[in-house]
Design a protein around this ligand. Structure first.
Ligand SMILES: C[S@@+](CC[C@H](N)C(=O)[O-])C[C@H]1O[C@@H](n2cnc3c(N)ncnc32)[C@H](O)[C@@H]1O
Ligand code: SF4
Length: 449
């Protein structure tokens, strides 16, 4: 059996450990705030991160796995923004001094669904309550179809220097099937506007494994994108989770490239990125030579949290908005997913937590190894892996990956091979004690290949 078929199993993307389905939900609001306060006291001097989830989109891209609310009614903007500001004030009341903000990321849904004026109101309401770090890193996700010059300029004036545009694919048949349209010209124009205004880093999201994608169609999309020279490219593996996202039933599984076909799409993309001077950072991320993400990767200072890869080692991430996840380093919490329930909870002065988890010492140990693999492509058993039983069990699970030359082991250090990069999720899975103690009995994760 080829390696792609062998390792094509459901697995998490490890933006956290434990992954959300394995959280024990052992946190009350009071306990959560205690973790927040402790983390704030320790970490505020180096700065904290804010993630703001803006869930609205005007139309549904049927492939989409994000937490979205589809509407063309823009009157939803202000009530939601007011709830976000109130939620921030619930946190502010816990902090013993003024927060120092190191990172802000606006994610979605589509942040540029909101008017520039409303975004300015939201952000200035938050920023005016904080100090801003000198090395602050503010970024947002924009849809090329609705990001205006005013959005770009307004957010730039508020300190935003990085923007990520979703593109996914330019092929007409693929776009029609996933109900997601934007032309090359639109992307080119919006990127140029961002550059003219002064944005220093532009990311483009592409997805491989979408319905009707072929090697030829993906080559054509990617060649166009690399011509535009975005500093970063996220080349995501399509996550097929129709049991969670019924929109994905708009096409059939027969229309999806899978296994070795899907791998070929990835390899085609990777070849073009490398030839164009991009470096493979891991987990579907490519970066150009002078981008901060690549510099951080080379210096061993790349990190990963719920926002994906980041250069900021902040240990307190506050997530605001429906479905947003927060991380104090010793505990996680996730907000309620539906907009109405989220707003209602805030209206009642109650933090809208739906799930949480306090990390055990063993969780922290395993998280470190998973982070090491995700961000540095190696992990050292000597320095951190002190639990012998865990070590024995993990080594047992790694042996198959060693035989298949996806990783190599030298004394106590396990390192990723070039071929192993495609299987990073499988390698992290070998460390995931909670998964092996209770392997999922129903679909919860997308497959790795
Ligand atoms: C919130 S969206 C980006 C911003 C904006 N809404 C847009 O579409 O341009 C975040 C990204 O998640 C990725 N994504 C969404 N659904 C996915 C799926 N099913 N599999 C893999 N990646 C997915 C897409 O690349 C998308 O650009
Ligand atoms: S891909 Fe972006 S625009 Fe499309 S539904 Fe998902 S979040 Fe909304």
């Amino acid at each position: 059996m080829d390696l792609v078929s062998k390792y094509n199993i459901p697995a998490p993307r490890y933006t956290s450990y434990p992954t959300v389905p394995y959280w024990e939900n052992n946190l009350s609001e009071e306990a959560w705030f205690k973790y927040v306060k402790e983390s704030f006291t320790i970490n505020n001097k180096n700065g904290i991160s804010l993630y703001i989830h803006l869930p609205f989109c005007e139309s549904l891209c049927t492939y989409c796995a994000c937490n979205t609310r589809i509407t063309v009614n823009h009157r939803v903007e202000m009530p939601y923004i007011n709830a976000l500001i109130k939620e921030w004030h619930l946190y502010l009341a816990q902090f013993e001094n003024i927060p120092l903000i190191k990172e802000i990321h606006l994610g979605g849904g589509t942040p540029t669904f909101f008017s520039a004026e409303n975004l300015a109101y939201l952000l200035s309401s938050i920023i005016s309550t904080c100090n801003i770090s000198e090395s602050a890193d503010f970024s947002f996700e924009g849809h090329p179809g609705n990001t205006t010059e005013l959005h770009l300029q307004t957010l730039y004036n508020l300190g935003f220097r990085r923007v990520s545009f979703g593109v996914q694919d330019f092929d007409h048949k693929v776009q029609e099937t996933i109900n997601r349209y934007q032309t090359f010209e639109e992307v080119k124009v919006v990127m140029q506007k961002a550059r003219d205004i002064g944005y220093r880093s532009i990311n483009i999201d592409l997805v491989y494994g979408l319905p009707f994608q072929t090697v030829d169609t993906i080559r054509s999309t990617i060649e166009k994108i690399v011509d535009l020279k975005p500093e970063r490219i996220a080349f995501y593996s399509y996550a097929h989770v129709p049991w969670l996202k019924p929109g994905q039933r708009k096409y059939t599984e027969k229309e999806l490239p899978v296994s070795s076909e899907k791998r070929k799409l990835y390899e085609t993309g990777k070849e073009i990125f490398l030839a164009a001077g991009y470096i493979d950072i891991g987990m579907d991320h490519f970066s150009l030579g002078d981008d901060e993400l690549l510099t951080a990767f080379k210096k061993g200072r790349l990190y990963r949290n719920f926002m994906g890869y980041t250069t900021s080692d902040t240990k307190l991430l506050i997530g605001l908005g429906a479905s947003a996840i927060s991380d104090t380093w010793s505990a996680f919490s996730q907000n309620i997913k539906t907009v109405e329930e989220y707003q209602q909870s805030i209206e009642n002065g109650k933090l809208p937590i739906s799930k949480g988890h306090a990390l055990s010492n063993k969780d922290m140990l395993i998280r470190q190894h998973i982070l090491n693999f995700m961000c540095r492509h190696e992990s050292d058993f000597n320095s951190t892996f002190c639990d012998q039983m865990l070590l024995d069990k993990t080594m047992g699970r790694l042996s198959e990956l060693i035989n298949d030359q996806l990783i190599s082991i030298d004394r106590n250090k396990v390192s990723l091979s070039e071929n192993g990069k495609f299987f990073l999720r499988n390698i992290c899975l070998a460390f995931d004690e909670r998964y092996w103690n209770k392997t999922p009995d129903k679909n919860i994760f997308s497959t790795t290949a």
